[in-house]
Design a protein around this ligand. Structure first.
Ligand code: BJW
Ligand code: ZN
Length: 376
């Protein structure tokens, strides 16, 4: 998307208001990291294998299948470590450095805002952090390790290598091809009988199907890679693809709590039905509860369906804020008023453009320490 597609009138009125704004709050969602290559929760990208991502983000899912839930989170840790902050993460970090009255409420757990250099005191991680791990029995044991970037966190959670996964996927494809060939033949024979015609000497299968079968029968090494559906952020096979087999993991091979030696460790994120981190919430409420008015709220890349995060927009409005929503989908900008702005498109393009008059031109991310695990 070209930043010049942002409607000029809206951009001008937004910039004018931004220039006068002191107390600013941003609410961030998964769409902010979409152009860094990380999937969102809802919509087309919201499935992992056959599972709805929001269904895996629950204590019940962990209770009933901790191995599966750890595989989902280990995959996401791996991807996030290989992703880079985009220009919107950098722009927000820059705004925070220049304006101590700006706070960011992030629903994202991917670590990209911290890696963009967003000052920690101005970044409130409402839903925790993928790289924190804590004891399943948070209240009785209370063990927590912050910022553990080990990937994989235990050996059984390693992403399978391309070759092995490709071969498994290939076997499956060949079986499928065999089955569809047999089916097509049976159907052609049946059709011929129904139509009263003679059985054809050549079986006519649809072009798509026959091409498919031919391709699957002569699989080159390049095809193998395609079958493994390589993902640019994954060093190995993309296990979000159901065709790539994943092992059933024994409980004793999953991350174990080193403090109580009894429970499993779990990702330090906030699942449905769980309270948001108490200290973080206190800091957020302190910021909202000061008598001063709020000037501006930026709602970036979120479907605004999850509470309490989604509720902050109304609270900010009640304290005088004008609201700017930046999202790919206008349907996700709820209850817009005449005072609000809606900027449609990729946050990574729009946010730097919106903030340019205050923060200047933003470049691309450069990993100062030269490694994905180099998190500030
Ligand atoms: C782009 C883009 C691009 C794409 N550029 N844009 C009040 C009313 C009703 C229910 C409740 C309520 N209060 C509490 C609840 C219950 C529940 C809740 O909200 N349920 C609703 C779903 C109905 N909330 C909770 O349980 C919370 N806890 C709580 O309230 O505790 C107190 C309590 C306990 C018990 C009972 C009552 C109260 C906890 C919520 C925890 C949410 N956790 C997750 C998982 C985190 C860990 C992990 O990452 O795995 O957080 S769920 C998931 O949703 C994740 C996200 O942070 C969160 C929000 O999703 P987000 O970021 O908006 O992503 P998407 O995918 O939905 O949207 C992406 C958007 O980007 C889309 O709009 C795209 O268009 C856009 N986009 N590409 C710009 N390039
Ligand atoms: Zn423990």
């Amino acid at each position: 998307m070209d930043p010049s597609n942002i409607p000029t009138k809206d951009l001008e009125s937004f910039k004018e208001h931004l220039g006068r704004s002191k107390r600013i709050v941003a609410l961030l969602g998964a769409g902010l990291s979409a152009s860094s290559g990380l999937p969102t929760f809802r919509g087309a990208g919201g499935f992992w294998r056959t599972h709805d991502a929001t269904q895996l983000a629950t204590p019940n899912a962990f209770r009933s299948d901790p191995g599966l839930v750890w595989q989902f989170y280990s995959y996401r840790r791996h991807m996030a470590l290989n992703a880079s902050p985009n220009r919107a993460h950098l722009a927000l970090a820059e705004l925070a450095k220049r304006n101590p009255d700006f706070i960011t409420l992030s629903q994202n757990v991917d670590g990209l805002s911290p890696r963009a250099g967003h000052p920690a005191s101005q970044l409130k991680l409402l839903h925790g952090n993928l790289f924190d791990v804590k004891c399943w029995d948070e209240y009785r044991c209370g063990y927590i390790k912050e910022n553990d970037f080990t990937d994989p966190i235990v050996p059984v959670l390693a992403i399978p290598a391309d070759r092995l996964a490709a071969e498994a996927s290939l076997d499956k494809a060949k079986n499928k091809a065999q089955v569809s060939l047999t089916l097509e033949a049976a159907m052609a024979k049946k059709n011929a009988t129904i139509n009263g015609g003679a059985e054809p000497s050549t079986i006519h299968v649809s072009k798509d199907t026959s091409d498919d079968i031919k391709q699957q029968a002569n699989i080159s090494s390049q095809d193998k890679e395609i079958l493994a559906r390589k993902h640019p952020l994954i060093k190995g096979a993309d296990i979000a693809n159901i065709d790539i087999p994943i092992p059933t993991i024994k409980r004793e091979d999953l991350p174990q709590c080193p403090q109580c030696n009894k429970n499993l460790l779990r990702p330090g994120v906030v699942w449905f039905g769980e309270s948001l981190p108490e200290n973080t919430m206190n800091e957020v409420h302190e910021w909202f509860d000061t008598p001063e008015k709020i000037d501006l709220m930026l709602v970036i890349g979120t479907s605004a369906k999850v509470y309490p995060a989604a509720g902050y927009t109304e609270i900010a409005r009640k304290k005088g804020a004008r609201v700017a929503v930046i999202n790919m989908d206008k349907g996700d900008a709820q209850r817009l008023t005449k005072r609000d702005w809606f900027f449609e498109g990729d946050a990574a393009v729009i946010v730097p453009e919106l903030l340019k008059s205050v923060i200047g031109e933003i470049g691309e991310f450069k990993d100062k320490k030269g490694g994905v695990s180099a998190v500030e």
